[in-house]
Design a protein around this ligand. Structure first.
Ligand code: HEM
Length: 421
């Protein structure tokens, strides 16, 4: 393996924690200006992680799937692979999904589910999404409190119900996914920090795998018109999907899929409610919902950083050499505030033209769920306008607090109120 020592000329940037997450944008502005290729070294000096923060660099790296790979094993020589420690079987069961795969493996996995997420297929789901959203809002209004916590009461149950129905997960089990997802998407560095967390992760992984085994056994016995049944048929065809890949695919689609949607719904509403003039314009002309949603994804999207890449070879960028095997984090939220790509990037402007946002990624790993996510976002806003036109933020008593997960961006709670009369 290449020499891991490196001279680090940069100042230290704090890139985690609640205070940082409350407003990461000033730090990202400094990074773009002072250290656009910024390196962090692990405490033992053995591992390096690079942060790319300028739009052009982030977009180029997303497109360059040959040199910025997703599976760390793709960076290794045959000899290194042979001596690399084996992954625990439980871990393998949940991580062999397309977002961790490169080349042919990635293309094969994506092709298996591509059709189910096509724009046309997704369009046909609209009436069902409306029914779910209306039922949730009817229940909230019927409580008569004139208040709700948007994430817990609406965004979460709505997003889970949509993806779970598509897959074929019974509604009585939806709530279990929340608990599992929160722990499974926690960054592995956090989990490694103390044993108690690692044990908890093991327990959650075991529960999740047991649950999926049971569900798959039921579907094998009585197939249904759902994605899990379709994937099981592919698994039975043998050469197309292994058991590791099947479980990992379900994990990716359910958990990663709903986690991002929840914060798309929350962030777009927060953005609109804090820009009351735009909110009024959008409510009056529903044709503006689509550009309002796209701009909300750029302005304060739910995916702050793309998932980790690894350098497949030594890569030199702005005078720095990212060594083969180094981890690379592509900071989408920073790219979206880059004035070289977007005029007045700190403004929420739904009539904006110019560079495309990277909120659904770019290149071969471009978000498979993008059409579904956009539909969820639109249906959520439309049904909310219909049920509760006078909705407002209820954050006077307690300021918003933000999720500390480095990848996901969103508030922990979004309290809302409306006039009951
Ligand atoms: C509707 C639910 C969703 C589903 C089922 C879904 C599914 C997926 C899948 C399967 C991938 C991996 C594609 C591949 O590796 O080829 C992916 C990537 C991605 N998704 Fe989604 N997604 C959903 C919602 C969202 C939302 C709401 C956002 C943000 C606005 C988002 C942003 C992304 C990004 C940025 C990537 C690329 C990650 C990377 O390259 O590191 N997704 N999504």
């Amino acid at each position: 393996m290449s020499d891991k020592r490196i001279a680090l000329p940069h100042p230290f940037f704090h890139l985690s924690g609640e205070a940082f997450k409350a407003d990461p944008y000033p730090t990202y502005a400094r990074l773009r200006e002072e250290a656009p290729v910024y390196c962090r070294v692990s405490r033992d000096g053995a591992a390096r992680m690079w942060f790319l923060t300028r739009y052009q660099d982030v977009a180029a790296a997303l497109r360059d799937h040959e040199r910025f790979v997703k599976d760390v094993r793709s960076t290794m020589t045959a000899a290194e692979r042979a001596t690399a420690p084996a992954e625990p079987p439980l871990y393998r069961l949940l991580t062999r999904h397309m977002l961790n795969a490169d080349g042919e493996t990635h293309a094969r996995l994506r092709a298996l589910v591509n059709k189910a997420f096509s724009a046309r297929q997704v369009e046909s789901l609209e009436p069902r999404l409306r029914t779910i959203a209306n039922a949730l809002l009817d229940r909230i209004v019927a409580r008569g409190a004139g208040r709700m916590e948007y994430i817990h009461d609406f965004a979460l149950p709505f997003s889970i119900a949509v993806i779970a129905e598509l897959l074929g997960i019974p509604s009585r089990d939806h709530h279990r996914f929340r608990a599992w997802s929160h722990i499974l998407v926690a960054p592995s560095s956090d989990v490694g920090r103390n044993l108690r967390k690692t044990e908890r992760l093991q327990r959650v992984m075991t529960d999740f795998v047991n649950y999926l085994q049971e569900l798959c056994a039921q579907r094998r016995q009585s197939p249904q018109p759902d994605l899990i049944t379709m994937l099981l048929e592919a698994e039975e065809a043998g050469d197309r999907l292994s058991t590791d890949e099947l479980f990992s695919m379900i994990l990716l689609l359910t958990i990663v899929g709903h986690e991002t949607s929840v914060y798309l719904l929350a962030n777009q509403l927060l953005t609109l409610l804090t820009h009351p003039e735009t909110w009024a314009v959008v409510r009056a002309d529903r044709c503006l919902l689509a550009p309002a949603i796209e701009e909300a994804i750029r302005y304060d999207g739910p995916v702050e950083r793309a998932t980790m890449r690894f350098a497949a070879e030594d890569i030199t960028l702005h005078g720095h050499t990212i060594r083969r095997g180094d981890a690379v984090s592509l900071v989408l939220a920073s790219a979206h505030r880059d004035a070289d790509a977007f005029a007045q990037p700190e403004l929420y402007d739904i009539h904006r033209t110019g560079a495309r946002h990277l909120g659904f990624g770019m290149g071969v790993h471009y978000c498979l769920g993008a059409p579904l996510a956009r539909l969820e976002a639109r249906v959520a806003l439309e049904t909310l306008c219909e049920h509760l036109p006078g909705i407002a933020l209820a954050t006077d008593d307690e300021p918003l607090r933000w999720q500390t997960n480095p990848i996901v961006r969103g508030p922990k709670h979004l309290p809302l109120r409306w006039n009951k009369g």
